[in-house]
Write a protein that binds this ligand. Sequence first.
Ligand code: PA5
Length: 465
Amino acid sequence: MLKLNCKYADYRIIGEEHGLKLDEEFNNYSEKIAEIIRNLNQRKDKPNEWLQWMNLGYNEETAWYVKEFASLVEGRFENVLILGIGGSALGALALTEALLKPYWNFLTPEQRNNFPRIFFLDNIDPDSINGLLDVLDLKKTLVNVITKSGDTAETMSQFMVIKDLMEKALGADYRKNIIATTDKKMGILRQLADQEGYKIFYVPDDIGGRFSVFSSVGLVPFALVGLNIDKMINGIKDIDLALKNTDIHQNIAAQFALIHYLMDTKKGKNITVLMPYSSRLKYIPDWYVQLIAESLGKAVNKNGENVNAGLTPVKALGASDQHTKLQLFNEGPNDKVITFIRVGEFDTNLEIPRIFEYTGIGYLGGKTINDLMNAEADSTMVSLSDNQRPVLTLSIDKIDEYNMAQLIYMLEVQTAIAGELYNINTFDQPGVEQVKNYMYALMGRAGFDGSAEYLHEKLNAEITM
Ligand code: PA5
């Protein structure tokens, strides 16, 4: 089971100026937290609350349907290509990187148990799109275009390029190589998929992109590459009760959220760093960055007051970033809460041979790379706490579907709790919509031309220097 160690955020370890009186704070906030958790659980089944992701641990029907499709296409494709952006790509990207064998796309089909390679196009860089198309044989590729709204320009433009090429390469059969994951009722992709006859998976109502990884958005890619989605669902189910516990002393999501909220509002630490000590987890912080940034960065609170709330999320990777960011973390502004993710047991126990015994690196011989990774994390934690920097540690027993699902789900739940503490709407993203509308105006989309003149004026504005 996922664990949280928060003692390195406590004043008894890092001092009163920067540490929290966790025992007192947990008691002070126990009623507020209980009320938030009760309220979230009361609202979770109601329409327009955007809390349906809290039910995804019980979504056996979708899991069954997804597995059925995966087994139907098993062995047919060399590659799976995911087209999506933001919440429609990051969760699946982060979890496939964590859960598949390292360097998956470089392994032979036998080493991959004949499951396909997986590629993500989550940006619109023309060179990298073109470059990827040089690598993939589209005839042997299953394209999964994922967009809840069904009209995101980045995703749909990629799709238009690729669909055209697929039709040229495959003739009428190209349709069998495309699946669409989108909203049940709304959006252009939904209409197109119907007209064209693509297989469709639905993103359930009231689940935003950044909370959608355990819906068909993530489950389809996971099943296609042979990951065990039942284990993921079981992981969520097994931790769900603990995360619904209204007693903050028993609820690590509530603790995680409250510590960040208090560190921000009382100690001026509004930067949250996520730093896994595992290369396989290196994209988990990318997913976390979106989750935190889009959910908590809000201009106004629920009462309409201007608050400009938010934590600035920063990604890091242990041990690599000990050689890049740690200097700043240790000695720069004390404005961060740093969360380590530690892995109890790696799949591999890699011994360092006893060579170069009579040199300065001789001490490494006979130890394991695992020992070294643990020593790196331990020493960084102590050194950060020497410098009065708060550190939280999330520990998972091992990297597998069960444990990773618990980690991701806990981070989602804590984000919802944090949003309530800040009294903001966790589930909208008006700052993203504004940019989308400007971009539509610049690209000449009908109905969005109102701001075109203003945009051109601002883009061409000149000032004398
Ligand atoms: O979290 C979110 O809601 C966003 O990041 C969306 O996932 C992203 O904008 C992509 O949207 P869509 O799935 O509609 O293409």
